[in-house]
Design a protein around this ligand. Structure first.
Ligand SMILES: [Zn+2]
Length: 255
C-alpha cells in the first residue's frame, strides 16, 4: 500500500510535493487545477526531480467540476480536452492513472442523459490516454441520489475505465461502501479517504466523523487491494493529515 496526499491547488505543486516527501508520504495525488496548480503553473522537471529523489509515486487528478455532462456538446468536448492536455505531464511524471469525476448539470435534460454524457466523455478520454500509457479512472460523486446502477452505467461506457473509490463520498447519504466494492472491486485502481458525518463531503481527519475506519480498511483489504491510497484530509492544520496517515498505517497492519 502506498499512502499519500493531494496538493492544495491554491499552492505551488513543487512546494506541496516537498512537504509530502519531508513528512514521509509515499504518494502525491497531483491535482492539476487553478488557482495555483493549473497546467501552465507546474514546473514539471523540478516536480519530477522531487518525486524521484523521494521515491514517491504519483496519481493524476483533475478538477472535479469539469462539465462532462453539459447538455452542450462543445462544452463536453472542451472538458475532455482540458483533461487530455494533462496527459503529457502526468505521463512524464510517471503516473499510471488519471481521475475524472462524474458531474451533473441542470436544464430540462434527464438523469439518463447526464449518465450517457459522462460515459461518452470518459470513453473518449480512455482512448486518448492510450498513447501515453495512462488509464482513466472514474470517481463517484458525494451525491446520495447517484446510485450504484448509475455508476455501473457510466463505467459500462468503456471497459478500460477504472473505478476510483472515495470512502468519504460513499458515506454521504447512506453507507454505500460495501455495495460499491461488491460491484466494482474488480475494477478498483485508486482510493480516497476522508471522514464526514454522512451529510456533506467534509474532508475531515479520519476518526473525526462517522466512518467506521477499521471496517472500511478491512473491506478494501478483502479485495487484495494493495495499491495507492490518498488522504483527502483538508484540515488547515496538517498535523491532522499526518495523524490520519499514522492511523491508516496502523489499521492496514492490524485489520
Ligand atoms: Zn476524492
Amino acid at each position: 500500500m502506498r499512502l499519500g496526499m493531494m496538493n492544495d491547488p491554491r499552492r505551488d505543486a513543487c512546494e506541496e510535493a516537498r512537504w509530502a516527501a519531508a513528512n514521509g508520504l509515499d504518494l502525491l495525488d497531483l491535482t492539476i487545477e487553478g488557482p495555483g496548480a493549473a497546467l501552465d503553473q507546474i514546473d514539471a522537471s523540478t516536480l519530477r526531480t522531487i518525486l524521484v529523489d523521494a521515491g514517491m509515486s504519483i496519481i493524476g487528478h483533475t478538477a472535479w467540476y469539469l462539465p462532462f455532462a453539459s447538455p452542450f456538446a462543445r462544452v463536453r468536448q472542451a472538458a475532455v480536452e482540458c483533461v487530455a492536455e494533462t496527459f503529457d505531464l502526468f505521463a512524464e511524471l510517471g503516473a499510471r492513472w488519471v481521475n475524472v469525476h462524474m458531474t451533473f448539470s441542470g436544464g430540462l435534460f434527464s438523469h439518463a442523459d447526464a449518465l450517457r454524457w459522462n460515459g461518452e466523455s470518459f470513453a473518449a478520454l480512455a482512448e486518448l490516454a492510450v498513447p501515453y500509457g495512462l488509464g482513466v479512472m472514474v470517481e463517484h460523486p458525494p451525491i446520495p441520489s447517484v446510485s450504484i446502477e448509475d455508476i455501473a452505467t457510466v463505467l459500462a461506457a468503456d471497459e478500460r475505465l477504472g473505478f476510483h473509490l472515495d470512502v468519504g463520498h460513499a458515506n454521504v447519504g447512506d453507507d454505500k461502501l460495501e455495495g460499491l466494492l461488491n460491484h466494482f472491486g474488480s475494477r478498483l485502481v485508486h482510493v480516497h479517504l476522508s471522514d464526514n458525518w454522512g451529510r456533506n463531503d467534509d474532508h475531515m481527519p479520519l476518526g473525526a466523523g462517522a466512518v467506521n475506519w477499521p471496517r472500511a480498511v478491512r473491506l478494501i483489504k478483502q479485495l487484495d487491494y494493495d495499491d495507492t491510497i490518498t488522504l483527502e484530509v483538508f484540515s488547515s492544520d496538517r498535523d491532522y493529515l499526518l495523524l490520519s496517515a499514522q492511523k491508516v498505517r496502523e489499521w492496514w497492519a492490524t485489520e
